[in-house]
Design a binder for this molecule. Structure first.
Ligand SMILES: N[C@@H](CCC[C@H](N)C(=O)O)C(=O)O
Length: 276
C-alpha cells in the first residue's frame, strides 16, 4: 500500500502525520519501527494518526505512537502539529478543535500568529496514576539508580514523567541516567525523564529523555510536567518559559485541579509517499 504522509515538527520534535479520516490506515509495531528509522525509513520521534471521532461531541480522534512502535496517551508538540495538519488539509475550518486522545479529551486553540495553545488537562502527582511504585507523599521521592539516590517529582500529564532538578545540564547525565530511569523497575509502564535547570521563577532550561524514543529536541508534555513540578515545589511562578533544545514553550498552570495550558509553534517540513 502506498502511504501518503506529512512530515512536521514542533520545535524539532518530529512527526509523520497520516490522514486516516479520508482513508482508513492501520499500522503494526514493526511497520512503525521501520518507518521511524532515520537511515532505513522516513525518520521521526512519533507517528500521529488522525482519525474520525468515536464521540459526536469531538471533532477528531488522534493516535500517537513512539518510534519504538508503542502507543502512548499524549503528545504536546504533536497536538499542535495535529491542529496545523487538520487546518492545512481543510479537514476542519474550526480554530478551536476538540480531540479524543488515549489520555481523554483535549482542546486545541489556533491563535492568529500561527501558534497553538493546548489545554492539556489537569496534572496528577499521585504515584499510582503514572504508575510509579511508591507511597504517596507531598514532595520529592528518592529513586535509587546504580546505588545513588536521585530526587524526582513523578507527574502524570496523561502520560508519565519523572522530573529531576539539576544544577547543570550534561549530555552524559541526560542520556545515561535518562535511559536508566526510563526503564527503572519502579515505573512498570516506563517513564519520560525531564532534567530541569531553574534559571529564575519564570524560566527553565529543560532536556527530556523520552520514553520509547531517547532524547528529543523538545517534549511538550515534558515541559508541562517540569513546570507543574516546579510550581508544586515552590521553585516556579504560574507562567513559565521553558527553553528546550529546539526552542521555547510557554506554560501556564494556576494550581491543583486546574488544566495546564501550553503554547508553541507547529511547522510542516514536507509531504511524501512511501510503500508500507
Ligand atoms: N514528544 C511528546 C511526547 C511523546 C510521548 C512520550 N514519548 C511518551 O512515551 O509518553 C510531547 O511533545 O509531549
Amino acid at each position: 500500500m502506498l502511504l501518503k504522509f506529512t512530515k512536521m515538527h514542533g520545535l524539532g520534535n518530529d512527526f509523520v502525520v497520516v490522514d486516516a479520516v479520508s482513508r482508513k490506515v492501520f499500522f503494526n509495531k514493526s511497520q512503525i519501527e521501520r518507518l521511524s528509522d532515520r537511515n532505513w525509513g522516513i525518520g521521526f520521534d512519533q507517528l500521529l494518526v488522525v482519525e474520525p471521532p468515536s464521540n459526536p461531541d469531538m471533532d477528531f480522534r488522534y493516535r500517537i505512537y513512539n518510534s519504538d512502535g508503542s502507543e502512548v496517551e499524549h503528545c504536546g508538540n504533536g497536538a499542535r502539529c495535529f491542529a496545523k495538519f487538520v487546518l492545512d488539509r481543510e479537514l476542519t475550518h474550526k480554530r478551536v478543535i476538540n480531540v479524543e486522545t488515549k489520555r481523554g479529551a483535549i482542546q486545541l486553540r489556533v491563535i492568529d500568529n500561527g501558534l497553538v495553545t493546548v489545554d492539556m488537562g489537569a496534572p496528577s502527582f499521585v504515584p499510582a496514576d503514572l504508575p510509579f511504585s511508591a507511597e504517596l507523599n507531598d514532595g520529592l521521592y528518592p529513586l535509587m539508580v546504580d546505588g545513588d539516590d536521585y530526587l524526582i517529582t513523578p507527574v502524570s500529564v496523561g502520560n508519565p514523567h519523572a522530573v529531576l532538578k539539576v544544577d547543570t545540564l550534561q549530555d552524559e547525565q541526560v542520556q545515561n541516567l535518562g535511559a536508566k530511569i526510563e526503564s527503572h523497575e519502579c515505573f512498570p509502564s516506563k517513564v519520560n525523564v525531564g532534567f530541569m535547570q531553574v534559571v529564575n521563577p519564570a524560566e527553565i532550561n529543560l532536556r527530556v529523555f523520552e520514553r520509547g524514543v531517547g532524547e528529543t529536541q523538545a517534549c511538550g508534555t515534558g515541559a508541562c510536567a517540569a513546570v507543574v513540578a516546579g510550581i508544586k515545589q515552590g521553585w516556579l511562578a504560574p507562567k513559565v518559559t521553558a527553553h528546550l533544545r529546539g526552542g521555547d514553550l510557554h506554560i501556564e498552570w494556576a494550581g491543583e485541579g486546574e488544566p495546564i495550558l501550553m503554547t508553541g509553534p507547529a511547522a510542516k517540513v514536507f509531504e511524501g509517499q512511501i510503500y508500507l
